[in-house]
Ligand binder design. Structure first.
Ligand SMILES: Nc1ncnc2c1ncn2[C@@H]1O[C@H](COP(=O)(O)OP(=O)(O)OP(=O)(O)O)[C@@H](O)[C@H]1O
Ligand SMILES: [Mg+2]
Length: 419
């Protein structure tokens, strides 16, 4: 670094290098704030015309105060060069955003262009034309505010500087009348905004070629291709800005702002509509899910009540009822394992009961034969006892009752006779 301090500005860092000199990050040692200091390699001392022009521009630039224009604090001379001091910006140049293909939505791109056009409209209202609008001279601050750099600097550039290989970068965005050396007015800046916008939406320069003469010839004679990835209204704005004839462009930056704002509003409405469609779909799906959860809860309660009833019947040995309840459960939930278990247990119990019943019938039959045999052999008391054992198991057994009563009657007659 050649200098550590330029007047009251202490150099902290080098920000970059342009065609006219270096941009430094400095501390203003009096006001104690960061500033950007751009040196301009003008041969001031030897050329009074340049010096006069420089100070004329200085006054104009320092008076341009707008949100979208970098604030110039002062323009001064130091040793054999002069410099511009301006507010220090944190963010990124549009040039680096484009070359890095930083993902930006069409709406954010339109918003950047809207801010560029707003800053330009203000400058035009003060009678200042930028003359060198290009992505390198547009700065996007970290908070999204767009700042236009290098106002009026183009006027200070000499053919000497533009010869240093940077001419391509500069002329690519220039209007045809500017290249022809004709009078430059507000509409030339509007052309440049169109060229910047073209590059933002297509990632290609509208008039791209390897040699300066080819670029110039394209700017004067050719229209670029339509941008397929941009909407028709965005293409319309770009192509109106890029009209070869200045009379066919937006005549005022305000008209360009109007057109951009219309597209912004349209796109926001479209976004809002698709968002509310999504919101509506999600809401109805949530309602659907809620409704389904409600129905599932009701179903679960129903199943629980039937399964509890089935278990209760099983405990109470009401086997048929238990099976009936469990079958209702299976109709509601055909894989319900609890219901299947209840049915299995109930069926086992029924089978067991039937077997017990068969054994009982067989035993009663044998006992009745035994009672009859005792009766036939006159062993009335024994016959009576056997009948009683049958009646204990089957209290309503008719045969046992009859045999028992006959036996008792005969025993009574016998006793009466004996007495
Ligand atoms: N006020 C500022 N705050 C922060 N960075 C800045 C500021 N002004 C310029 N820069 C950065 O300094 C670098 C050099 O800018 P400069 O204007 O010298 O070059 P250029 O725009 O590429 O070419 P030209 O000489 O044609 O303007 C760029 O990266 C730019 O973003
Ligand atoms: Mg610049």
């Amino acid at each position: 670094m050649k200098f550590r301090k330029i007047n009251k500005y202490e150099i902290v860092d080098i920000i970059g290098q342009g065609s006219m000199g270096v941009v430094y990050k400095c501390i203003d040692t009096v006001l104690n704030r960061y500033v950007a200091l751009k040196t301009l390699n003008l041969q001031m001392a030897s050329n009074t015309e340049i010096r006069e022009r420089f100070y004329r521009e200085a006054k104009i630039l320092a008076n341009l105060t707008h949100t979208n224009i970098v604030q110039v604090y002062e323009l001064k001379e130091y040793e054999n060069f002069c410099y511009i001091v301006m507010e220090y910006l944190e963010g990124e140049s549009l040039k680096s955003i484009i070359s890095n293909k930083k993902p930006l939505s069409p709406l954010s791109k339109l918003e950047i262009v809207r801010q560029i056009a707003t800053g330009i409209a203000y400058a035009h209202s003060k009678g200042v034309i930028h003359r060198d609008l290009k992505p390198a001279n547009i700065f996007i601050r970290d908070d999204g505010v767009v700042k236009i750099l290098d106002f009026g600097v183009a006027k200070l550039k000499t053919s000497d500087m533009t010869a240093k290989g940077v001419i391509l970068g500069t002329i690519s965005y220039m209007a045809p009348e500017q290249l022809r050396g004709a009078d430059v007015d507000e509409r030339s800046d509007i052309f440049s905004i169109g060229a910047i916008m073209y590059e933002m939406f297509s990632y290609q320069k509208p008039f791209n070629a390897t040699s300066v003469t080819d670029v110039m010839s394209k700017i004067v004679n050719k229209m670029p291709d339509y941008i397929p990835r941009a909407t028709k209204d965005i293409n319309d704005i770009i192509f109106k800005c890029l009209a070869k004839n200045p009379n066919e462009r937006y005549q005022k930056a305000e008209k360009l702002i109007e057109a951009i704002e219309q597209v912004i509003t349209k796109q926001k409405e479209k976004k809002q509509k698709s968002r509310s469609f999504i919101d509506h779909t999600i809401t109805s799906q949530i309602l659907n899910v809620k409704e389904q959860i409600k129905k599932l809860k009701e179903l679960k309660n129903k199943i629980d009540s039937h399964i509890n009833q089935a278990k209760k019947y099983l405990k109470e040995d009401k086997l048929e009822e238990a099976i009936k309840e469990a079958k209702i459960v299976l109709e509601l939930d055909n894989a319900n394992q609890e219901a299947e278990k209840v049915i299995e247990k109930a069926k086992k119990s029924i089978k067991l009961k039937e077997e017990q019943e068969k054994l009982k019938v067989k035993w009663i039959k044998e006992k009745l034969i035994e009672a009859n045999e005792h009766y036939d052999s006159g062993n009335l008391i024994r016959a009576c006892e056997v009948c009683e054992s049958i009646l204990k198991v089957d209290p309503s057994n008719h045969d046992a009752k009859v045999i028992k009563s006959i036996c008792i009657k005969k025993i009574k007659e016998f006793l009466e006779r004996v007495e």
